[in-house]
Design a protein around this ligand. Structure first.
Ligand code: ZN
Length: 335
């Protein structure tokens, strides 16, 4: 057996830990910080908290709030150009997976240190060495050690302002990461150990966290973080492969995974009872099969995704995938 394991040099977890941004940026040599975020974050209090922490450490900063959901690679180019023009020497990604994926890629291309601060409990992007970006309208994963954050700051308080829909879909994404990296053919003993812990944390706290229980949300954030540490080093499988055609047609990653995960769990035979429970939860996402979607075309896209299918513990054929999409089409038409 041989494997390598890649993680940020430092992970800070805890309620209120967003206040350590200034200290960490200073430690990494930052003097002019570039905060990468989404337009929606500008109205939320976290950006001000981050800014206050940087001010406290006498750091100058600029804000780039133009990252779009399921971002195209052009977002990285724009982020790169503005950061360079401003003379930034450190990047902070403050947001969900889309924001962090753009910030990580731009920082890597600029060879600058970077701090990732997630505001959802789900993507795990703060600790992975992967950026998923759309190239010519199709999702593409860039995977390399150079994309890793220097510091990941996971403050569960930041997740309290998520909408219920966002909280549900991102938690399902975290769950998918835990299950899939555990069963992945490329998994390893460290990833499997982390995946089990993550799976239990997410499974045991998901429902309570969605009801607004603070401690459950802390546990859910922790589960998401640990799932990210694991899947970044072992890869995901069928649930993620099935989700990409949905995202290529405009669905946010978490929502797409929330819809596809129960089908994948069912197909792979992993925890069928829980899969049925998840199917109910997935229905709260208000997903509808778009009449313009072609199941055959989507199945063809999935079959081209050798990276995810190669990780899947069970062999998957075109007919299998087509049958799953036909089933999904039926089930999400009838409602
Ligand atoms: Zn995911």
């Amino acid at each position: 057996m041989s494997f390598s394991f890649i993680l940020p040099q430092k992970i800070i977890f805890g309620r209120g830990s967003i206040e350590s941004i200034g200290e960490e940026a200073k430690r990494l040599g930052g003097r002019r910080v570039f905060i990468v975020t989404s337009p929606g974050m500008v109205q939320r209090p976290h950006l001000k908290q981050a800014a206050d922490s940087l001010k406290k450490h006498k750091m100058r900063f600029d804000v780039f709030s133009e990252v779009t959901p399921e971002p195209p690679i052009e977002d990285v180019y724009r982020c790169f150009a503005v950061a360079r023009k401003k003379g930034s020497d450190l990047l902070v990604g403050l947001g969900g997976g889309s924001v962090m994926d753009v910030a990580k890629k731009a920082a890597a291309d600029l060879s600058l240190p970077r701090i990732m601060v997630p505001t959802t409990a789900g993507t795990g992007s703060e600790v992975t060495h992967e950026s998923v970006l759309k190239v010519d309208g199709k999702k593409k994963a860039f995977v390399e050690a150079g994309l890793t954050a220097d510091v990941a700051i996971v403050d569960p308080n930041l997740c309290q302002t998520m909408s219920k829909r966002l909280a549900t879909s991102s938690a399902m994404d975290a769950l998918a990461h835990a299950v899939e990296c555990h069963e992945s053919r490329k998994s390893n003993p460290i990833a499997r150990t982390l995946a089990l812990e993550a799976y239990n944390l997410v499974k045991d706290n998901l429902m309570q966290a969605l009801k607004g229980d603070t401690q459950a949300m802390v546990n859910l954030s922790l589960g998401s973080l640990i799932a990210g540490m694991a899947f970044g080093n072992s890869g995901t499988t069928l649930g993620h492969a099935l989700s990409y055609p949905l995202s290529n047609r405009g669905m946010p990653h978490g929502e797409a995974v929330a819809v596809t995960l129960p089908y994948a769990l069912d197909f792979n035979g992993s925890d069928p009872a829980f899969a049925r429970k998840l199917q109910k939860l997935a229905r709260t996402i208000e997903f509808r099969w778009n009449p313009g979607w072609d199941a055959r075309e989507m199945a063809t896209e999935v079959m081209q995704d050798e990276r995810h299918l190669g990780n899947n513990p069970v062999e998957v054929t075109f007919e299998d995938v087509l049958a799953i999409f036909e089933k999904m089409k039926n089930e999400f038409h009838k409602r």
